[in-house]
Design a protein around this ligand. Structure first.
Ligand code: ATP
Ligand code: MG
Length: 327
């Protein structure tokens, strides 16, 4: 029962992300956390369903999970109904309707409820470790697909408005300030969701002066999976065009060192959410080991100020809203 229900909720959450509703309601961060917790819970459900016959504690845990799944499903439903209601007859959402007090209130309420339910699933996820549940294969539930947040370095927007100054500032940083630095430079672009951070990073990444200045340019979309090994693997894939298929972190580090050694590279880490200092230090350590050439730089895009401070670098670039005319 819990397994089938969770399968439906995971699918609904996936559509919620793919249809950009999470972004629209400003709850992407919670959606990402939920996806990752639900995937981990889903993996042990088969075993939990079996063990509930003999364990009251597991039975209670499954009940908590079922109740929370219903609550989350209601929230997702309400978001999509409210979104449909906001559409005018021609299928667009007018600026006025977005500013309507009832919509502002709705957005506030949904934000709060998503926060609460994310915490609730987080607690359920933590509690599961008490029961020594074995991960197994589930047939009913499909894998959560986080591809909807994936980005690549190619320019997808035919015209980019009002970002010439920002692009010049960042290019100047890469070509002048960072190029004189012996240490690896880390430069985060910070701004709220949908502001155009990725678009700007792509502009910089594809700028002919930047392409000429760096020996290597590498684009890695990180999103919620800040895992050193995965990021190193993506770096290798981006440079060599194939998956190195190495199991150990040490082997991966050596491969990355081989390709980055003595190179002035630009690494873009797009869409970073990691606030865990240790995880960042681990990746930074591996990159520093590579002993790249002077001027090597990591350009980061993130919504969160805390992420920028976690990376302990020179002041971040705070992206501003476009002017009325440009937007
Ligand atoms: N200056 C611009 N001119 C034209 N289109 C833009 C501009 N900035 C952003 N866009 C468009 O707005 C949308 C959101 O931009 P983008 O993905 O770069 O935002 P973001 O800040 O990276 O958001 P997120 O925090 O969700 O990653 C995209 O479809 C993009 O093409
Ligand atoms: Mg982005």
């Amino acid at each position: 029962m819990a397994e089938a229900l969770l399968g439906i909720v995971i699918q609904n959450l996936q559509s919620f992300g793919q249809d950009q509703l999470a972004t629209f309601w400003g709850v992407d961060k919670q959606t990402l956390k939920l996806s990752s917790n639900l995937s981990a819970i889903r993996a042990v459900l088969r075993d939990a369903e079996r063990k509930q016959i003999t364990s009251h504690a597991v039975k209670d845990w499954l009940q908590k999970l079922t109740d929370a799944a219903y609550v989350l499903d209601d929230i997702l439903d309400e978001c999509s109904i409210h979104f449909t209601k906001m559409h005018s007859d021609d299928g667009h959402i007018s600026c006025l309707s977005r500013l309507h007090p009832s919509d502002i209130l709705f957005r506030f309420n949904i934000g709060k409820r998503m926060e609460d339910i994310t915490q609730r699933f987080h607690d359920i996820h933590e509690e599961k470790s008490k029961f020594n549940l074995e991960p197994g294969v589930t047939e009913v539930v499909q894998t959560v697909d986080d591809d909807w947040r994936q980005t690549s370095s190619d320019i997808t927007e035919p015209v980019v408005y009002g970002r010439d100054h920002d692009r010049e500032q960042i290019v100047k940083f890469l070509l002048e300030d960072a190029s004189n630095s012996e240490d690896l430079s880390i430069y985060p672009i910070v701004g709220m969701g949908g502001l155009g951070k990725t678009t700007l990073a792509k502009q910089v990444f594809n700028d002919h002066r930047v392409c000429k200045h760096f020996d290597l340019t590498i684009w890695v979309c990180v999103s919620d999976d800040f895992n050193t090994k995965t990021i190193l693997q993506s770096i290798m894939e981006c440079i060599t065009g194939k998956n190195p298929n190495l199991n150990s972190l040490e082997a991966m580090r050596k491969k990355v060192e081989e390709v980055l050694h003595g190179m002035r590279y630009l690494l873009v880490l797009d869409d970073v959410w990691n606030e865990d200092q240790e995880k960042w230090e681990q990746l930074k350590g591996k990159l520093q080991c590579a002993r790249a050439a002077k001027g090597a730089t990591v350009l980061v895009t993130t919504r969160l100020e805390e992420v920028a401070s976690t990376m302990q670098t020179q002041p971040a670039y705070h992206l501003k809203k476009l002017s009325e005319d440009d937007s």
